[in-house]
Design a protein around this ligand. Structure first.
Ligand code: MG
Length: 391
């Protein structure tokens, strides 16, 4: 029987050039603490984790994680790798439960579930390679000719610069756009106006025949969000993303029940039962679990089924290839988030510097290859000189 021989977790520290983000480029949960200095610090991450699972024939499946990679590596090395080695990679559901149940006391949310996610993604890549099939073909196959994407950047900045960026993206063929708010409760009525001014400015460029998503990244609170929703309605946002911190589920429920703007979220929720709770309580109108955190593809696929039963569309968080496979294989995933490739700024750009083969959007769509086994990515040699790698 084919068995898992090894699990190799590596941390990739970016040492190359970075773009310093401007102040107020994206609201975030630390804004509430801000007195002086750079609240944006908590939003940036310039590290990534790769997780390579090798079987007895030497075939390697590749997974990854973006959250606190050094801690996740420790968790994999010390706890999860020994649970997985010796198992048949096709027993993915059993392996998932084994990892979950054996570390339940500390691992069910946060670092533990992120480590489970990284291994699980690697297992799916491995199963694809062993069967000669792309992962989406193992998950249900092609439900779309190609995947519509939304341009996910437009960080808050000078209004003219945001309009130029939107015009550029429009010219490149994107038909949906996500923009970030820069201000929150601490910035008072003036900040509120600054937020609205930027939404209006982006709408001015893209018009009303294209989707506009709005992102708070947990930088608001319930009071602020309640006051903003009626003011935002006239801009017809497709959704308002993470208006309050992830633990304030009652806040999501209340805002979503206002029925003014669809509320989205879930990228900081963990596990099947965590997401099922969001759906059961009506906390979100669009669910955006993060496959890297929620428990990998095995958990994501179960959540997709639950969300479909609630008729809540799923748009997995982050423009990365594992999410594209899930989106391709599920009717209920209408669109993918897409991070256009740019210089390293926030950190989500690192995916493109570490991996080769991540599909590039053209005219607002991206495509997956029917004949490329697994996830279709490999670890790149191109930018090695810019990384410090921890084995
Ligand atoms: Mg988000």
């Amino acid at each position: 029987m084919n068995k898992i021989n090894s699990v190799r977790a590596r941390v990739w520290n970016w040492k190359g050039p970075t773009v310093p983000p401007a102040g107020n480029f994206c609201a975030n949960a630390s804004d509430a603490l801000r007195i002086h200095g750079d609240a944006m610090e908590s939003f940036r991450f310039h590290q990534w984790l790769t997780c390579e699972v090798e079987d007895s024939h030497g075939t390697v499946g590749i997974g990854n994680a973006a959250l606190a990679p050094r801690l996740v590596k420790n968790a994999i090395d010390e706890w999860y790798a020994p649970l997985v080695i010796g198992e048949d990679p096709f027993d993915y559901a059993y392996i998932w439960e084994k990892m979950y149940r054996r570390t339940l006391a500390w691992g069910r949310k946060g670092i533990g579930m992120t480590a489970i996610s990284a291994i699980d993604i690697a297992l799916w890549d491995l199963m694809g390679k062993l069967t000669g099939k792309p992962v989406f073909k193992l998950l249900g196959g092609r439900t779309k000719e190609k995947i519509p994407v939304y341009y996910s950047k437009l960080y808050a900045g000078p209004v003219e610069e945001m309009q130029e960026e939107a015009a550029q993206a429009l010219a490149e063929g994107y038909t949906a756009f996500k923009s970030r708010f820069g201000y929150g409760p601490k910035d008072g009525p003036e900040g509120m106006r600054d937020n609205l001014k930027r939404v209006e400015a982006v709408r001015e460029v893209i018009g009303y025949d294209r989707d506009l998503m709005l992102e708070c990244y947990m930088g608001w609170n319930i009071d602020y969000a309640k006051r903003m929703l009626p003011k935002l309605a006239r801009f017809e946002p497709r959704w308002l993303e993470e208006p309050v911190i992830a633990d304030d589920i009652a806040g999501y429920v209340a805002l979503n029940a206002m029925n003014i703007v669809p509320i989205s979220g879930g990228e900081h929720e963990y596990s099947v039962l965590g997401c099922a709770d969001l759906l059961r309580r009506g906390a979100v109108s669009v669910l955006q679990y993060d496959t890297n955190r929620v428990g990998g593809i095995t958990a994501a696929q179960k959540i997709n089924a639950i969300a479909e039963a609630f008729q809540v569309p799923v748009v997995p968080h982050a423009g990365q290839v594992h999410n594209y496979h899930l989106t391709m294989a599920n009717m209920n995933c209408p669109v993918s988030e897409y991070f256009p490739v740019f210089d390293v700024e926030v950190g989500n750009e690192l995916f493109y510097y570490i991996f080769e083969g991540d599909p590039v959007a053209e005219d607002g769509f991206l495509q997956l290859d029917d004949d490329l086994p697994g996830l279709g990515i490999s670890i790149s040699e191109r930018h090695l000189e810019h990384f410090e790698i921890e084995e």
